[in-house]
Design a protein around this ligand. Sequence first.
Ligand code: PHE
Ligand code: NA
Length: 460
Amino acid sequence: NSASDSGIGARGLWSSKFAFILAATGSAVGLGNVWKFPYVTGENGGGAFVLVYLLCIFIIGIPIMMAEVFIGRNGRHNPITSFRLVAERNLASSGWRISAIVGMLAAFIILSFYSVIGGWAASYVGHAAMGDFTGGTAESVGEMFGGLLASPAKLLLWHTVFMALVVLVVARGLKGGLERAVTILMPALFILLLMVVGYATTTGHFGEAVSFLFNPDFSALTVNGVLVALGHAFFTLSLGMAIMMAYGSYLSRDVSIGRTAVAVAIMDTVVALLAGLAIFPVVFANGLEAGAGPGLIFQTLPLAFGNMPMGTLFGTLFFVLLLFAAWTSGISLLEPVVEWVEEKTSFARVGSAVIAGGACWLLGIASILSLNVWADVAPLGMFAAFEGKTIFDLLDYFTANIMLPLSGLLTAIFVGWFVAKESLKSDLALQEGTFGLWYNLIRFVTPIAVAIVFVYNLLA
Ligand code: PHE
Ligand code: NA
């Protein structure tokens, strides 16, 4: 099989299957696990939501991840070119590459505001380490967060720091950049998480958190909760953004796509559950609201850390963890775009990374201003559905609710219905029965489920 890998010489490959798993897990594990999963679980009643979410990971997330990695490895180019090549090989229309175009555009847009939020994490590492949370009140932590959001200068500084960290790694290429970063950051992240969970067990409210996460109360589950679970399964595995295609393009032919995808999904889920076990005991111990929403991490937790023994130490560890998680995800958002610029222009790796990262940084400024100076600017305010939505809100809305599901849906349909079954079979390298299960999922279940969420989101 190495014959088919020989043509890729100059692009390079991950040095091992584990490097790929770490990088893909690094992409998957992010703000979605540490920030979003705990609060959507809190908002949707806990255990029953977690069960539905796990189901979505298995019937939608993992099948699409396999399809994306397949396209990347089969095409061995940037996501758009890979898609075209796979289509041509299967005598399908090269127009299917619209899926990768939408995905890459989404990655570019998402990175622009993901970097702003990554910047919040970076700034909170500083606050935590300086002991700024100590003795804090609801009012003081609220002011700290409000003060950050109200200041374009502070936000710009931290957005710039975060984007620079991302560009720095991507510019150094696959082995010296991405691979090296994830082999340091991912184990560090895991250890930090275990330390914070260990700390959470000392709060006296660990059992409460366990039952909150694992005792399903189906009466608390709503239709909307099911759709949120489905959408989150997509986001948390970094699907619909051409990321797994880009990462798959560097994957050796000897590796089973099926088994690695399952490993990545399991690690992502374990981290999300551990994050829940790290956060909820602290929330309950302080009588905080589990369904506090997006502010949970930046407002409620600092309050808790500020009033607990060793809160400065564990608060700092927590925000370093958050920063590392966001960093490896940011890297993965830039990679497909850089791979594309590198192949399509005469710029080398470094130039491509600086150009793509710089453009993203520039777009990020619009999100920064949306939080303060442009807080009342609603560009699509003339449509009732977008009333009061800032530029930041709109970028988030269009990527999460339209671009990602659209890209994922097209990928599922293309791979399920237009790619030769034999080529899928040999590339995924699954056992006969497992392959049959995946094939039915990607042809029927996955597209229908994604289409339902897509339409629902459009109407809602
Ligand atoms: N999967 C990441 C998370 O759970 C989010 C993300 C989305 C990362 C898109 C990269 C790209 O936070
Ligand atoms: Na995730």
